[in-house]
Structures are given as structure tokens and as C-alpha cells.
Design a protein around this ligand. Sequence first.
Ligand code: IPM
Ligand code: MN
Length: 351
Amino acid sequence: MKCYKFAVIPGDGTGPEVVNEGLKVLAAVAQKNGFKYETTHFDFGGERFMRTGEVLPKTAVEDLKKFDSIFLGAIGHPDVKPGILEKGILLKLRFDLDQYINLRPVQLFDERFCPLKDKKPSDIDFVVVRENSEGLYKGLGEFQNKGTPEEVAIQVSHNTRKGVERCIRYAFEYARNYGKKKQLTLCGKTNVLTFAFDLWERTFYEVAKEYPDIKTDYAHVDATTMWFVKNPEWFDVIVTDNMFGDIITDLGAMIQGGMGLAAGGNINPNGVSMFEPIGGSAPKYTGKNVINPLAAVCAMAMMLREVGEEGAASQVETSVKTVVTTKLKSVAAGKMGYSTAEVGDLVVKHL
Ligand code: IPM
Ligand code: MN
């Protein structure tokens, strides 16, 4: 029988607390479905950086390549200058493991937790396929005359045909396999970013010819944020670049109820993927046993789906839905009516 090897990076802040609950649910669902796994913990994060001065050990990327998947808590520490850990750990792993897709489902489980008026779970149920290896995140640019009144800061969005095409192709496949409406929307800014999104648009409609069963649609990114609030039910699968994907998925997280429920996967379809709650390390809630662990539990479910345990993944998601709709008073930290650990226990109980 296959024994999955999972790398676990609890990380900073509330990362370890939510990862614990994810692993608790993993243990239960593995037993129920009769699959085996082993976990190896890595202490990457702010504490380790402050202790050793090293953001990521030199062998980290090679070590992680030996696993079936990576389960990540959160990266970001209040005592470390912003950018060091995010770039040195999170973005480095995404890039070096070539996790070129960031898959972020936006699903409302319970209308009580939706900030939008009159929107039901069936209205908010779409997926954002965010390009995860290029664009503005490539880090290309420069300062000119830094520190002078004539200073110029240039930050370049770097888009390759290959990078754009593999992302768009993944999105079409995703729409074909999982899309409810078999509809893919390209989110861009073709009216202003006439280099980057010209390439995206041309590639999108070229690849579309191979997917006659998928309806195509286009929305500018600013309009997309408007539709998220006004008509989220229009969306099925959305594909977009790295920066726009980052921004619209925070809005997506809010309309689905909040960061406590937002999970994502950094996916390399031919390599090692990494699954994480997208909410960050939430320093002010650290160690209080109040943070909502369900985003981490949902990330763990996405990880199971990716390695091929579809049945176990849906069981976890169904249980999360039951817990959210029948137990929780709120999905926000400290207001759930249960502690972090109790919410994990509830998911196990309802599997
Ligand atoms: C995210 C985060 C990261 C990003 C940061 C922490 C680098 O905001 O996963 O959305 O911008 O991708
Ligand atoms: Mn973000």
C-alpha cells in the first residue's frame, strides 16, 4: 500500500496551531479511508531565522522535492522586517519548486457568514487560478538615483509565453474537469497593460480553440472586484496573473466568510505542491487557541485531492461544511463559540 510522505512547515504565528488541527483531521481521515502516511516537520519561519540568521537552509528545496506534498501553516513574523521571510521562504519555495499555479477556491458555506446581502452558498462558488511564478512577483526592476529627489523605482511584470500558456491551459483543464458552468473568465487589464495582457489575451483565445466545450469570458480586474460584490454568481473558473490573483483572492476570501475559511494550493502539476491557509500568521491571536483552523483543514483536503485521495478530500470538505453550518457562531477568530482545538475535534467527529 502507498505510504504518502508529507512535509509539514508549521511556520509562524498561528501557523502551528492551525497545522495541528489539519494533522488531527488527516490522522482521522487516513484511518477511515485506510491509507498510510508519514510526516516530517521543518522549522522554517521567523523563530528559526532569528535564532540562526538563515532564512532557509541550502538543502531545503532539494529536501522538499522528496515529498509527495507540503503542508504549510503561515509565514510572517512581527519581529522580522516585512519581505525577508515572505520572499526568502514562501516565494522562494513557490518559485524553486516551480509551483506555477496558485489555486484558490472561493466557496460560501453558510449565508450567515457572507458580508453581501442576499447571497446564498450557490451564488458564491468559484475558483481562482492565479499564475504563481511570474509577473510582478518575478522581482525584476531597479532603483535609479535612490534617495534623491530624482528617484525612480521600476518594477517590471515579466510574462513569458510558456509561463502564461501553461497557466491558461491548467485553467481550461480545471474548468473542464471541475467547472460547474464550464466557463473560464480571463481577468486582466487589456486596456492599460497593453504588453502583458496582450500576451495573456492572445494566448487565452488561442488555447480556447482546443476547448470548444468551455465558454470563455473576459473581465478587467477592476470590474472583477465589482462583480465579486455585485454578481459573484457569474463566475465559475477565473484565470489571472500573479498580482491580480493575489488581490482578488483576498476579496474572494471575504465574500466566502473570511480568512478563517480561505485555503489555497501552490501547485506544480508535475512536481511537489504546497497547500496553505491563505490568511497569514495572525500574530495577535497567536497561542490563544482562538484562531479558526478550518482554512488549514481545507488546505489539507486540497492536498489529499492532489495526491489522489479524492474520497478523503470530499469527506473532509463535507465535514467542514457541516461544522460551519450547524455548529459555529461565527467563522472569525475568538468568536466561533469553540476553541481552535475544539473546531478540529468537531471536524473529526463529523467525518
Ligand atoms: C499570499 C500572500 C503572499 C503573496 C505574500 C505573503 C508574499 O499574500 O499568499 O497571497 O503575495 O502571494
Ligand atoms: Mn495575498
